[in-house]
Design a protein around this ligand. Structure first.
Ligand SMILES: Cc1cc2nc3c(=O)[nH]c(=O)nc-3n(C[C@H](O)[C@H](O)[C@H](O)COP(=O)(O)OP(=O)(O)OC[C@H]3O[C@@H](n4cnc5c(N)ncnc54)[C@H](O)[C@@H]3O)c2cc1C
Length: 424
């Protein structure tokens, strides 16, 4: 029997271990992780492939972390079944671990559509260290790559490969890249930066099938696009999206929508079972409801809240919202909240656009409250906007100054400053 069992030892699992140990220094604690070294920063996979980081420099917590926190680690092991009645987790090989409190922090898994040729060697995903290591190992012998998917992961994969001297074609089915987090103007500017860095971007199309090499049919030799064009390449990275890894609890009574549904204590629908991170559907403060928000800091925070509650200290998850902070080829971008409303007629939109300097700043307001913003090229003061957005502060009196140079924390009226720092 382990008092606490955590499945998954990444951002969410680590957050929970830390919180549990703050409250209960002695209770038995077991972490089950399929990955042998789970405590690395997943967002740094791109830097690992580009050789800007090593496994050591991308560690989110040091190797002593588990020992220092008196964690029994079952690494390289997969949880295969949970019996919620017996309060027992079954692992590969049949080992059973009893729990009093359980956290499911199994994260996400890459969505890989069925595609002719998808089983050839040289086809990779880009979400795990093991895939990054495999890509790394092939790069010395590779000249060109096709990356399928122009979202955050596809763009970061493209950047890493270009930095390693690989000729990259990025393929996106939609009309523009990064369309989930940017509007068309910002997306076009980001695409220009990618193109100038040497990436060929193809939008409005996808890969229909993957071809073999002339001398080795089992290895990637190219792709055929939907319009029939053939693009020769040595490797293909599938980066279409990530979906919650709910397989383990799929046919159980646990409430799942797109992810495992949790309340603001990170409790699931089953007593003593918690969930957090990419596998969970947790609170979004902007929509005041639950949704999937696959972001590292939120997984860690959700893990902390789950950990406190598991150990008996009441804690509430303040929630997050859609937010991305990135830097591709030195272009900084921050996008938060509702930036692409289908019907913009209810919104007030403030814009500053300077294509020569690659600067674009857009703020969306609804009922005098900031509901979303994109800062591209110049991201100063985004933190202030985020606090105003998060706390639904009425900005009617300062609306005209939001994009001005003088806008800043010191020029904010006292009342707004107080409201933006209230912890909800
Ligand atoms: C390339 C890339 C770039 C990213 N960039 C950013 C970024 O810039 N900013 C940002 O905020 N977020 C970013 N993210 C998202 C961020 O990494 C995730 O939100 C975060 O890792 C989620 O943490 P988690 O603990 O929920 O799950 P994960 O980090 O997915 O970890 C889950 C762990 O559980 C293990 N596991 C799963 N099932 C089982 C099982 N049955 N038995 C045992 N172990 C199991 C997995 O092997 C894994 O180790 C990026 C993700 C990727 C892939």
């Amino acid at each position: 029997m382990s008092k606490y069992v955590i499945i998954g030892g990444s951002a969410g699992g680590i957050g929970a271990v830390e919180a549990i140990r703050e409250v209960d220094p002695a209770g038995t604690l077991t972490v089950v992780s399929e990955e042998k070294v789970p405590q690395y920063s997943r967002p740094m996979i791109s830097e690992y492939v580009s050789r800007e980081a090593t496994l050591d420099t991308m560690k989110y917590r040091g190797d002593q972390f588990w020992k220092d926190n008196k964690v029994q680690t079952l690494t390289g092991r997969t949880a295969t079944k949970i019996d919620f009645t017996k309060k027992q987790v079954e692992l590969d090989g049949g080992t059973k671990v009893d729990y009093e409190k359980l956290l499911i922090a199994t994260g996400g898994k890459p969505f890989v559509p069925r595609m002719e040729g998808g089983d050839k060697s040289g086809v990779f995903t880009f979400t795990e260290l093991s895939s990054a290591e495999k890509i790394e190992a092939t790069l010395e012998q590779s000249k060109s790559a096709v990356v399928i998917g122009g979202g955050l992961i596809g763009v970061s994969a493209s950047e890493a490969l270009v930095k390693r001297g690989i000729t990259v074609t990025l393929v996106e089915l939609k009309d523009s890249i990064l369309s989930l987090i940017l509007d068309k103007t910002a997306s076009d500017m980001a695409e220009k930066v990618l193109t100038e860095a040497g990436v060929t971007v193809i939008t409005g199309q996808t890969v229909q099938r993957i071809l073999g090499r002339k001398d080795d049919e089992a290895a990637v030799g190219g792709v055929v696009m939907t319009d029939g064009t053939e693009i020769p390449c040595d490797l293909v990275v599938v980066a279409i999206g990530v979906i919650p890894r709910t397989d383990l609890v799929k046919d159980t009574e646990l409430k799942i929508n797109r992810g495992i549904v949790v309340d603001r204590s990170m409790r699931t629908s089953i007593p003593d079972v918690y969930a957090c991170g990419d596998v969970a559907e947790a609170h979004d403060f902007l929509i005041d409801g639950n949704r999937l928000l696959p972001l590292w800091p939120l997984a860690h925070l959700g893990g902390r809240v789950a950990g406190y509650n598991m150990a008996g200290k009441k804690a509430e998850y303040e929630g997050g919202t859609v937010m991305s902070s990135l830097k591709y080829f030195e272009l900084p971008v921050i996008a938060v909240g509702d930036v692409n409303p289908e019907d913009a007629s209810d919104y007030e939109v403030l814009v500053e656009l300077n294509p020569e300097k690659t600067v674009y700043r857009k703020i969306l307001l609804k009922d005098n409250r900031i509901v979303g913003f994109i800062f591209l090229g110049e991201i100063e003061k985004a933190g202030i906007l985020f606090r105003l957005l998060k706390n639904h502060v009425d900005v009617s009196t300062i609306k005209d100054t939001l994009l001005s140079e003088e806008f800043g924390i010191v020029t904010l009226p006292e009342r707004l400053r107080q409201e933006m720092f209230v912890v909800n």
